[in-house]
Design a protein around this ligand. Structure first.
Ligand code: HEM
Length: 394
């Protein structure tokens, strides 16, 4: 059986919302697939692991393609603030710079940081649930899944909660210009350039608490400092919004999954991430020629590891298309793997546990969803609108 060229730009909204049947065809018939623009897509779990853990693959296109010092993702040259901010994101760095910066940032952003934040996360989640109580219809993304992570990140970074909406607007502007949208508005780069400059200036003005204060003393260069602050803001925002939105949809579709009203455990949150990954794919560049399942990948080729497909690979997960909250492993790849493994995984899990727990305790998941819309992005993947009837229909 032949499969068509994998090209997300062609996809209708319904397929974007549920890419799993498509992944399955590629996993079975062309697991190391050369899609549009000579990009390789890897659909099987073991190939995804190989690419994420092999130093023959890296994060920098210009290391192998354009020796002009361009950044990844490629940003047009006029947008200097944006380039400088993004060029210092951990996720786009290779060793040895990556190793040095990750060690410095991890020293400030620890398991204890997340643990200490839990009571505040619970308070924020309860406040948002209170505001939705006694309303027959709510937009769960707008009123809960989006504000919760942004308020938590503000708290983590140590910036005032009243600045959170300002942050969110700018984080969205950066995301809109990202290399992952299937479509992008004409002025996306100009808006992102302005947002990057404003955010960098904001963090440079200095703060005396939270992670921003710790990072300011951590030995980073000025660009690393502003880049890292902005990276944490964006990395922890849309991803967690998507996790909460998708988890709510999965729980509504599987009402027996959670017996009674309680907060999900960490393991249950991990199964929700495996079942429907908020980051569906990550990109690498081949740094040397290699062969994968008989296909020749050349130095300079772009390689996309489809995490969402790896998490549904039946060779690793029995009944992969079934949400089974009591699964005890094996580990999923929703947070990536190897040196770029998500730095915020513990925070994301805590937000989902506490956030979903607050929704269940507020009895907000007893009804049904309608008018669910997905954004035009298969990398950062999730509902952008999720209308919820909060009480069961007669
Ligand atoms: C990296 C997923 C939440 C910060 C990553 C990667 C994935 C991921 C797949 C690896 C990217 C790659 O290999 O190219 C997620 C998901 C989240 C989430 C699914 C929520 C459900 C967060 C949060 C933060 C965060 C809350 C911080 C506040 C980071 C950072 C990196 C990263 C800094 C780069 C690490 C490095 O390159 O060393 N994340 N993330 N993430 N994530 Fe997350």
């Amino acid at each position: 059986m032949t499969v068509p060229l994998f090209d997300v730009a062609d996809w209708p909204p319904a397929r974007l919302a549920d890419p799993y049947p498509v992944y399955r065809r590629y996993r079975e018939h062309d697991p190391v697939h050369r899609g549009v623009a000579d990009t390789w897509y890897l659909f099987r779990h073991d190939d995804v692991v190989r690419v994420l853990t092999d130093d023959g693959f890296g994060r920098s296109a210009h290391a192998v393609r354009a020796p002009d010092g361009g950044t990844v993702p490629p940003i047009p040259p006029d947008y200097d603030r944006l380039r400088r901010v993004v060029a210092n994101w951990l996720v786009f760095l290779d060793p040895p710079r990556h190793r040095r910066l990750r060690a410095l940032v991890s020293r400030a952003f620890t398991a204890d940081t997340v643990h200490a934040l839990r009571p505040r996360i619970a308070e924020i989640a309860r406040g948002l649930v209170r505001a939705m109580r006694d309303r027959p219809v709510v937009d769960l993304v707008e009123e809960f899944a989006a504000p919760l992570p942004i308020l938590v990140i503000a708290e983590l970074l140590g910036v005032p909660a009243h600045d959170a909406p300002w942050f969110r607007e700018r984080a969205v502007a950066l995301q809109e210009a990202g290399g992952t949208r299937t479509s992008r508005r004409a002025d996306a780069y100009a808006l992102a350039e302005e947002a990057a400059g404003q955010l960098a200036d904001y963090f440079l003005r200095g703060h005396d608490r939270g992670l921003v204060a710790l990072l300011a003393r951590a030995g980073l260069t000025e660009d690393e400092f502003t880049g890292t602050c902005v990276h944490l803001l964006t990395a922890g925002h849309e991803t967690t919004t998507n996790l909460i939105g998708k988890s709510v949809l999965a729980l509504l579709a599987n009402p027996s999954a959670l017996d009674g009203r309680r907060a999900p455990t960490t393991g249950e949150v991990d199964e929700l991430i495996r079942y429907d990954a908020p980051v569906q794919m990550v990109t690498r560049w081949a740094y040397r020629d290699t062969v994968l399942r008989g296909r020749g990948i050349h130095r300079g080729d772009k390689v996309v590891a489809v995490l969402g497909s790896a998490n549904r690979d039946p060779c690793r997960f029995p009944d992969p298309d079934v949400l089974r909250l009591d699964r005890t492993g094996p580990a999923h790849r929703g947070f990536g793997m190897g040196i770029h493994y998500c730095l915020g995984a513990a925070l994301a899990r805590a937000e989902a546990e506490i956030g979903l727990g607050a929704l269940l305790a507020g009895n907000l998941l007893a009804g049904s969803a309608f008018d669910v819309r997905y954004g035009a992005d298969l990398v950062f993947h999730g509902p952008t609108r999720l209308m919820l009837r909060t009480t069961p229909q007669e």
